[in-house]
Structures are given as C-alpha cells and as structure tokens.
Design a protein around this ligand. Sequence first.
Ligand SMILES: C[S@@+](CC[C@H](N)C(=O)[O-])C[C@H]1O[C@@H](n2cnc3c(N)ncnc32)[C@H](O)[C@@H]1O
Length: 668
Amino acid sequence: MPKPKRRNPIVPVPKAAVRQSSSENLRTHTKKSSRSAKQNHAPNATSSRDGGGCGKRPREGNDADSKRTDIKRQKRHSSSGPRRCVDGTDSACSQWRPLSVVHKQAAFAVQRLLEADSSRKHGVSLKSLTLGPHVEAKKATFAVTCQVLKFSQILEQLDEQAELTASQPKLGKYVAMVLSYDLLRGQGLERKGPAERAVLAAEPRLRAAMDVMFLEAGVKSLDELLEMRQQGLQSGAADPRGLRPQVSHPRWVRVNLLKANMDDVMRQLDEHLQSTEKRNPQQDGNRQQQMEKRKHQKAVAAMQQQEQQQERQSRVVLDALLPDLLALPPGTDLHDHPLVTRGSVVLQSKASCMPARALNPEPGWTVVDCCAAPGNKTTHLAAIMGNKGRVLAFDKDPKRLARLRSNAVLTGASCIEARLADFLSLDPTAPEFREVRGVLLDPSCSGSGTIFTRMDHLLPSHRIRGTAAARAGAAGVIEAATEAHAPCTSPTSAPTSTAVMGKKTKKNDNNNNNKVDKAAQQQELDAPNRDPGLAQLSPQVHERDAVEAARVSQLARFQAAALSHALRFPFLERLVYSTCSVHVEENEAVVAGALQEAAEAGLELADPFPSWHRRGLPLFPGAEKLVRTDAYQDGTDGFFIALFRRRPPEKEVNMQENPKQKQKPRQR
Ligand SMILES: C[S@@+](CC[C@H](N)C(=O)[O-])C[C@H]1O[C@@H](n2cnc3c(N)ncnc32)[C@H](O)[C@@H]1O
C-alpha cells in the first residue's frame, strides 16, 4: 500500500482530515525529518514554486525523542547568551511554548527576523535561523517561517482583531502568529498544549475577523488577500495596511438628546430599515447590499466586542463608548429621513462625536468653541449641557458660520451664541470670558484622516497623498484614518499672532519639545525607506509630497498658535484639542509644544476615554492619555483627541507639602 501523502500547507486541510492523519505522521516522522533536514542543506533547497522555497512544507518532527533532543539543543544553543523566549522576553520565560518543534523554532525565527527588520538591524538571516545546525526539522521550519513571514501583516491584524494575545498574553505574539497560520491556512492544530488550546479556542473569533477582511477586500482566501495587498502596494494606491483604499464604515447617527430620546430613535430607525427592505424586495437579492449588511454586522461586533449573538445581529446598534451614538449598516441613506430633517438626529461619525464627549461640559458652564463651523461639535456640546449654560461659537468664515447658525436652529441648540471672528484676535483674558470653563479647539487641519472615506484617493491628484499616508502608516508612524471634514482644510489659517508663536518657539527650545518634533518628523521622513517598492516613486511624486508637507507644516503652526491661545482663558477647567489628521506634526507635536504652557496654567493631560484602545504615539510621557482613532480598525474616521484638565487641588497641596520639593530652593 502506498504511504499516505504528506499534508500540504498551501491547501488548508479540513480539521477532521488533519486529526485522522496525525497519528500516521507521528509514526513516520523521525526518518522523514532527518531526511528532509539533509535535503535542506543542499544549496538549491530554497527554490520552490512558492517563491524562495517557502511553499512546501514537509511533516514536522514531533515525536517524544525529537522533542527531548530539541529541548537539549535549544538549551545548548542558548547557553552562550541570555535565554530568549519566543515572545521576546529574556531568561525566566513564563510564556507558553508550542509543543511542536517546528512551531517553536518558526516562532523564534519569525520573532528574530521581524524585530531585526523593524529596528533595521543586520546580521540575522532566515537561513541561519531555520537551516542552521541546531535546528530540528529544518525544511519544515524553513517553510513555516517563510509562510508566516509572508502573511505576517495579515496574521498580526487577525490577532489584534480577534484579541488573541490580548486575551492570552502568555501566548506571545509570534507563537500566536505561527499557530494561527497553521490553523487557518496550514495543517490545522491539534489540542495539545496550552498554546495550541488557546489558539483553538479563539478559532471562531479568528475566522470571523478573517471573514471581515475578505469581505472588505472582496476576496475569498488569504492568498487572494495577500496578492491584492501586494498589487496595491506596487501600484502605490494601497492604504497603510494593504486593504483597499476605501473603507466602509457603519452609518453613524448621533441622537440629538435636546429633541429625541434613544429608545424612540432606535425604534424609528429599525422600522425605517425594515420598511426600506420591504419596499425594495429585489435589493434583498442584491449581492452588494448583502455584503454590506454582513460587513456591518461583523465590523460592529468586532469593534465593540459584543459577544452576544443577538447583539451582533442587531441592525441598529448602540455604541459602546458614546451614549448618544448609534451604528446602522454602511450606506444606509438617511438624508431625507424626518429624524434628520427635523434635527432629532445628526449624521455625524463616531470620531467626530468624541471631542465634545471628551470635553464633557457640565450644564451651566460657559464653553468656547474656537473654530466651530459648521457646528457639529457645537450642537453636540449644547446637547450634552442640556441647553443649560452658554456655548460661544467662533468662526472666521461667514458662510460656514451661517451653516452653524442654521444647524443650531435645526437642532434646538438655543444656548449657542455664534460669532464671526478670528479666534486668534480675541483676548481670552477679557472680562467677558471670565466665566469660560471649557474650550473646544477643533482647528483647520490637513484632513489626512479623512481622505479615504471622502473617496479622494480615486482622484489623480490625491493618489499621491494616499501613497504618502501609506508610507507613513507602513512605518507605524501614523494611524491611517478618515472623515468628511474636507471643507475646513484650507491652508489659509496661517498664524496671525507672532507673539504667541515666538513664545512657543522659545519654550520649545527650553523643554526639549523640539526634540519630539524632530524625532516625529524624522520618523515620517524615514518611513518611505522601509518599503522598497515605494522607493521607486517618481520625482513628480516627491514634489507633490513636498507641497503637501509644506501645507501640513503651515497648518501645524496655526494649530500650535491656536492651542497656545486657547490655554490663556484664565478659569479653564477642561480643554479639548482635536483634529481629523493622522500626522504627528498636527497632533502629538502640537500637544507636546503646549505642555509647559498648560502646566503653567494649572492644566495637565487627562484620559477622556480610559476604555478606548488606541492611543497617541508614545513620543513623550503622558502621550498614552491621547486618543487616536483608526479608519481601518475602529470603524470610523481618523481623529486625534487631547484633553487638558485642571490639576486636582491635592496635587498642588502635595507639591507644597513634599519636603524634597521644599528643600530644593533652600539648597540653591
Ligand atoms: C475643522 S473645521 C471645524 C469643524 C467643526 N468643529 C465641526 O465639528 O463642525 C475648522 C474651522 O475653523 C475655522 N477657522 C480657521 N481658522 C480660524 C480662525 N483663525 N478663527 C476662527 N475660525 C477659524 C474654519 O473656517 C473652519 O470652519
């Protein structure tokens, strides 16, 4: 009888088949693995149909003897230096190790290679890690390592979306990648050790996350997804994570609590969805719409971690973070719906609703909205305050201010006082502003977080920007994102207060903020070099990038001046700075430049949404309190939010009572 054929990792094998054949594999392993190890030492061992020999994977060494030998060899091998775990920790390793030798070695190799790549270290080679003398089952280890590296970006995303290592930290990122690969595309996993069991337990979540990716990309397999991403990168039209440039978000709906209550609106919207379906029975059969519905359900479920099946299937979903926000299927058209035309709901994205909630003004406060038009956040502030108090809304553009006024009327936000003014020309210390407790600063910005949902990437002039965003995103410098914020991105808002700018620059010199700016800018400059494909961009592209960079710098100067100015309201309790930009220069760097001034005003950074997962880039202490949203992973546009809050009085008292602090001046 011919020997059973070896399992092929390229074609996923049904689990039952894997289990059935596993005992045979165990029986026949030792001979084969040593034979394949020898084969792999041949110089041509790396060539195969899958590019660089990464396609075929022979059976791995997995019997007890081989495992014992492996452990001994691993120990011997690592005795020359500090022991490294597959998760990157040194010595006393508390992480779960996969039971399979191949998995263990592949995870180690993947870790070393990816870490070396991200820190641009040289001297770590795939061959030495997978085909070196200490490696067991070389060919299998080499093949698995290649495959995991090829799919590493996708595997990382799956891990993140399925919260695999987040929920099982002992698994470690690289073991998770290798085991998930084998589960989803390779040979399947057997319920052996804790690592394998953890990945198997997460299988439904991993598969759900994978389905969402397939739907978003319009593909049916991991191979197609990878191919599509690679093509996208080559054409320069890809987004930072290699998905299609356009992303589909739920239809976010803010319920205007001044005019409606959540239950009524939810009921009416649910009826609307049902009646639309009844009126258009053909649409039920429409594949596109079906896909949209499924995508919405899955995206919302993943995003909000709503595990209950019933909630996942709900079509009008209450947002987990913002109490007045609802999610409907993407593409739901509500523009003519009476709830919208009568101002009971506002069509506003989740990210755009976060700044007003971050400020969370109390009823009775006086609040300044510095750059307010067309007033989405202004009317939200009024609703949060229950129309009790005053919202002073400034904008320098008369047409946009007219829209703000009509929006205020529509939404019944009677506590708004709209004023046509250049915010920088106001005197925050004037007596009329003594009552101001809250400030919202949502200044003009590049709108770089919104280009994909605006579909601008389809226009030739915007392809370049998409590419620039892709470069920066590929380096992990920015988080790609989106929102329809376009009209307020004109670069006309150059700083008008030279005094303010001069002051800021001086402070930057004093408190190392220039270093932050430079580090951030350097990261952005470095970003393109990380992708060899992008290095081949034409000079024209670089020229346009330079124009865009100059525009961003000009906007950043205005933003810094505006933030500095906003911090001058003497009796501030809270201040929110927000942009729909993904650029460090307009976000973290602006905040870093204002930290000292904020401290002098008795304000400090605070975390407006402790449960939110995405944070500012870690460029200075406290940046973990900053909030970012990501268009690809958070189901909403790319935004940046910083909350400054008055330091609690205890801190002041503690500072005074701290004997060490007191001694300092005396010592001098
Ligand atoms: C990002 S938009 C504001 C969007 C608004 N917060 C909302 O949610 O609807 C920025 C606004 O700032 C205004 N603006 C720019 N420079 C200004 C300045 N110096 N003083 C006042 N408003 C300014 C622009 O006219 C634009 O309407």
